[in-house]
Design a protein around this ligand. Structure first.
Ligand code: ZN
Length: 283
């Protein structure tokens, strides 16, 4: 499932073909994805201009000249395919329509943006831009981990007294936006914190020290996504999924990569999901 860095990579991949461009024609091939699609969605998109392309948590938000914002969530298997732009290396023929091409946007400039989602856990919606974060999918989301609101003081105060494991606390989308199973494992490994430790039992110093680690892990993943984006442009125009070298995630039984540690990566199941960690250097 794409997490914040993957969604940010998709947003950056869409920027050159969408931002500032008009939607010449929108085609909507279904009534619903995870939720019903908005009424008259194709008509409301056709002719609109994309004024800006933002990200909030794992949502891509396209602010339109019509006063509405298009919300896109990739869900489990959603993909954005870009085709048809004859500019340098970024050129792809329009692929033949595929079974799970649910929404197709033909953009001014010649690009086609296709939302393909075999499992249909993704979502799209249109809402008044002015009502902003009051949207039901956005209103309860906590601060962006790369934004100024997410400070050490904030995190220390939100973790204080919590009895839940630190892993569960960091997955709580009302505490911080966009973190998922993979990057929380990576963050806790880098910070040297056992994922099972009660959040409220971390010292203020250790709790606060998670903030720069969270920022660094996400920033590096976004950087890696940018590199893969350049490769993808030369490949098939698919945005959103890239091989990233994880240091602990999905490496059960392998050697810990922390210099000098010598431990072995272990796996525990927490709330039904795997956590990967090193019992030697994570306390
Ligand atoms: Zn280790």
């Amino acid at each position: 499932m794409p997490e914040l860095p993957e969604v940010e990579t998709v947003r950056r991949g869409l920027l050159p073909v969408m931002e500032g461009k008009g939607i010449v024609q929108a085609q909507v091939n279904r009534r619903d994805l995870r939720f019903p699609l908005p009424e008259r969605m194709a008509a409301r998109l056709t002719g609109a201009r994309v004024l800006g392309l933002r990200r909030r948590s794992k949502y891509i938000l396209a602010d339109l000249s019509t006063g509405e914002t298009l919300l896109v969530h990739l869900g489990m298997s959603g993909r954005m395919l870009v085709s048809g732009v004859a500019q340098g290396a970024f050129y792809h023929h329009h692929p033949a329509p595929a079974k799970h091409d649910h929404v197709v946007l033909d953009m001014e400039g010649g690009a086609r943006v296709t939302f393909n989602d075999a499992r249909r856990f993704g979502a799209m919606d249109l809402f008044d831009t002015a009502s902003g974060d009051a949207h039901r999918l956005l209103r309860d989301i906590g601060p962006e981990p790369l934004g100024n609101m997410f400070s050490e003081d904030y995190l220390v105060s939100r973790l204080a007294g919590r009895k839940t494991p630190i892993k569960a606390a960091l997955l709580d989308q009302t505490l911080v936006a966009g973190l998922g199973n993979i990057y929380v494992s990576e963050i806790l490994h880098r910070a040297g914190v056992d994922p099972r430790r009660a959040a409220g039992r971390l010292s203020a110093r250790r709790a606060g020290s998670l903030v720069p680690v969270i920022r660094a892990v996400l920033a590096e993943a976004i950087e890696a996504g940018g590199s893969s984006l350049r490769d993808y442009r030369q490949a098939d125009g698919e945005l959103g999924y890239f091989q990233h070298a994880f240091r602990v995630y999905d490496r059960e039984g392998a050697a810990c990569l922390k210099p000098g540690c010598g431990g072995t990566v272990a796996r525990v199941v927490q709330s039904g999901r795997s956590s990967f960690y090193c019992p030697r250097c994570q306390r």
